[in-house]
Design a protein around this ligand. Structure first.
Ligand SMILES: Cc1ncc(COP(=O)(O)O)c(C=O)c1O
Length: 358
């Protein structure tokens, strides 16, 4: 009988709650207003010939490289950051190698690393989800072949200084160190701006969040040209589809649209955090387009009560260190106003403040 590899059979399936997402979707950190109208116009202009041909990634890769002020050899377009993570794991991890992650964090690092048969080393974040530099450094060994850090982190919204990540890369030259900057636009700091980066350092970006293009599945993996040549060997030449490739240059050209949305999210994040303070709900200050809050034992009723008011938020209570926690995506000011209105109502109905303060 055909059997999957042992590493796959023991994997926990990751099933994000995608079904029944009607309402205001504040559960996946997507853009709440969608992509630039210029991108939509470009998509509408596509013809049958474009779709009949196999997609050509390289010209667009060149444009993305120019945008990032990198050389084309340093950039690979991927089917979302998810694929970038997958490719790094395929390129660098052998069975029995170690992959270090700082938890809580984005689920796909663990899945792709374990699927290769690697041993997962999970380092718990410090107090208030501070980056645990010392613990991480102490766990690096010769078997460490991958270290993945989301900056800012998901689901906490916490950011770590680029110098610290640099230190990690220097301390583990035998490991691919991935700095996942999926939420870069909302944070504004990037390790990509620093020159003479260590050759084992990789940076991932996505168009799923600030650009509003999660449905197109497009991301970037950037790194040292020699290392990227290795990663390219395991990538399909057609990993990014023609529709995404057609849209991407237009998305990059309309920076005004992205900047406008990011500024709005940053404003709404402030307003939301202020409201959480006045509601007496514990939250962690965020550098991304979401805020993690602690609701306590009533987290399931809280999520359900918001759903009943047409607002979807994400249950994070099973993440390490996140007991009773829920993650709220921050969108436009209008959407945040709707969230706040519902929050006031739900907090009162469930008498949450008393529990949190108790
Ligand atoms: C830290 C982080 N990295 C990557 C992703 C996935 O990005 P993409 O849609 O480009 O695969 C997410 C999505 O939630 C994320 O939170």
């Amino acid at each position: 009988m055909l059997e999957a590899r042992a590493a796959v059979k023991t994997l926990h399936a990751y099933r994000p709650p995608l079904a029944g997402r009607q309402g205001l979707r504040l559960d996946f950190n997507e853009s709440t207003i969608g992509c630039s109208p210029r991108v939509l116009a470009r998509l509408r202009s596509l013809d049958a010939e474009t779709l009949a041909r196999y997609p050509e990634r390289e010209p667009v890769e060149g444009e993305v490289a120019d945008f990032l002020e990198l050389k084309a050899e340093q950039v690979l377009l991927t089917n979302g950051v998810d694929e970038a993570i997958h490719l790094l794991c395929s390129t660098y991890l052998d069975p029995g190698d170690e992959a270090i992650i700082v938890v809580p964090t984005f689920a796909m690092y663990a899945i792709f690393a374990q699927a290769e048969g690697a041993r997962l080393v999970q380092i718990l974040s410090g107090e208030n989800f501070a980056f645990p530099l010392e613990s991480l450094l102490s766990r690096i060994s010769e078997r460490t072949r991958l270290i993945a850090v989301a900056n800012p982190n998901n689901p906490t919204g916490a950011a770590v200084a680029c110098e610290i990540l640099w230190q990690v890369a220097i301390a583990a030259p035998q490991a691919a160190v991935l700095v996942d900057e999926a939420y870069f636009e909302f944070h504004g700091e990037t390790i990509l701006r620093q020159s003479a980066r260590p050759a084992n350092l990789f940076v991932a970006r996505t168009f799923s969040k600030a650009y509003g293009l999660a449905g197109l599945r497009i991301g970037i993996l950037a790194g040292d040209a020699g290392q990227m040549a290795m990663v390219r060997r395991v990538a399909s030449p057609y990993n990014v589809n023609a529709v995404a490739l057609a849209a991407l240059p237009e998305a990059l050209r309309d920076q005004k649209y992205v900047e406008h949305y990011v500024a709005e999210v940053q404003r709404s994040r402030e307003v939301l955090e202020q409201e959480l303070r006045s509601l007496g709900l514990h939250y962690w200050p965020s550098r991304a387009n979401f805020v993690l809050i602690r609701v306590g034992t009533a987290y399931a009723e809280f999520i359900q009560a918001l759903r009943a008011r047409g607002i979807l938020v994400r249950d994070r209570h099973t993440d390490p260190g996140c007991e009773g926690c829920v993650r709220l995506t921050v969108g436009s000011c209008e959407h945040t106003r709707a969230l706040i209105e519902a929050l006031r109502d739900v907090v009162e109905k469930l008498a949450l403040q008393r529990e949190v303060r108790a």
